[in-house]
Ligand binder design. Structure first.
Ligand code: SF4
Length: 364
């Protein structure tokens, strides 16, 4: 195993990112083989348990209420519905269910209690459970851990510098605070970002500096390519090339040798050959299912056919970390604290976000 380093500089990371491609691939594949089985890929199913109507203004997101997009919102799903979908995901080879809710932050109350019940239910299906619910407090992280949560996803999205050009309703610091709160429980951390949002290469490196400096580093790092959705502030941004994705995956693999690098949004725009190169460069996790929250994703059968062709095997659940024990709600020592945490709201103006908001007002 390689030892994780926490003091990478932006310059060092850029030097890796910009290496001649064959050299970069060789180095990344070597690190990958040293730390992981190169023929095993973890498969997660992403489930949108509460869609749309989000008060935040993330410039890439069709679920933000302030933009006019085609998203059909829905209230929090029933536990029985989630269980049915988890069983389907398990039957098609997924080892993890990741539940996403379009919330700014988690609020104690019946909805959070319902999510805790979903976590217990999926854990009992012997699947890894992940949640992405927005900002959470230490107490909420501990309650999720007790319910049997395996991972919490909270992406840094981009570098601290570029973050201000993407989101105005919360600060980069809030992201780090939530990750710190998760670390105070025994839940693993999933945190990565999106490339192709108009950021500079320095911002991609800056995001990796922030992720690598976390100690421990996240167990899972999703690398997303922007899927530009009509109505969002980023609707006109051209898709990035596959080479940028390959370079980003390879660089992430080199600087975070032990983490699972997750090839996330944007796979529908990638050829099988492109994805194969990403796997060679160190990606060892994907999201399965025809939707990634609200944006398209390859069909699970297509993915399984690709696995067969490439000789890849889906990773069994709890290979890396053992199955968390579930404490029933009735046995819990933890109480809802009803806190009103002071997450920040910088509120600066981002021109393209404002334009998209004004456009939505005219259409709606
Ligand atoms: S990314 Fe999450 S927090 Fe941001 S607008 Fe979308 S649902 Fe809300």
């Amino acid at each position: 195993m390689s030892e994780a380093r926490h003091n990478w500089s932006k310059e060092e990371i850029l030097e890796i990112y910009n290496k001649p491609l064959m050299e970069l691939l060789y180095e990344a594949a070597t690190v990958h083989r040293k730390n992981h089985d190169p023929n095993t890929v973890q498969v997660s199913t992403l489930l949108s348990i509460k869609t749309g109507g989000c008060p935040e203004d993330c410039g890439y997101c069709p679920q933000a209420a302030r933009y006019h997009t085609d998203i059909k919102g829905n209230d929090l799903m029933a536990v029985s519905q989630v269980k049915a979908q988890a069983l389907r995901a398990k039957a098609s080879g997924s080892s993890r269910v990741c539940m996403g809710a379009a919330w700014r932050n988690v609020k104690d109350g019946p909805e959070f209690d319902q999510v805790l019940e979903m976590v217990r239910t999926i854990n009992k299906l012997d699947m890894e459970v992940c949640c992405t619910l927005g900002m959470i407090t230490e107490n909420q992280a501990k309650r999720l851990a007790e319910a049997g949560l395996y991972a919490y996803n909270h992406n840094l999205d981009t570098s601290e510098d570029y973050y201000k050009d993407v989101i105005s309703t919360r600060a980069f610091e809030d992201r780090l605070d939530t990750i710190e709160n998760v670390r105070k429980s025994n839940v693993t951390v999933c945190s990565g970002g999106i490339i192709g949002m108009g950021e500079a290469l320095e911002d991609r490196a800056g995001m990796l500096v922030a992720l690598t400096s976390l100690n421990p580093q996240p167990e899972s790092v999703p690398i997303n390519a922007l899927v530009a959705v009509e109505g969002t502030p980023m609707e006109d941004i051209e898709p990035i090339s596959i080479w940028e994705m390959i370079r980003m995956v390879a660089t992430t693999r080199i600087v975070m040798p032990e983490t699972q690098v997750r090839l996330s949004a944007g796979r529908t725009q990638m050829s099988r050959e492109g994805q194969a190169m990403c796997f060679f460069a160190g990606a060892n996790s994907i999201f399965a299912g025809d939707k990634l929250l609200t944006t398209p994703n390859p069909d699970v059968n297509e993915d399984m056919a690709m696995f067969k062709m490439l000789g890849l095997n889906p990773q069994k659940p709890f290979t890396k970390v053992s199955q968390p024990k579930t404490v029933e709600a009735t046995d819990s020592q933890l109480q809802a604290m009803g806190e009103k945490p002071k997450w920040s709201r910088p509120g600066h103006s981002i021109e393209r976000n404002e334009t998209a908001k004004q456009k939505a007002k005219i259409i709606d």
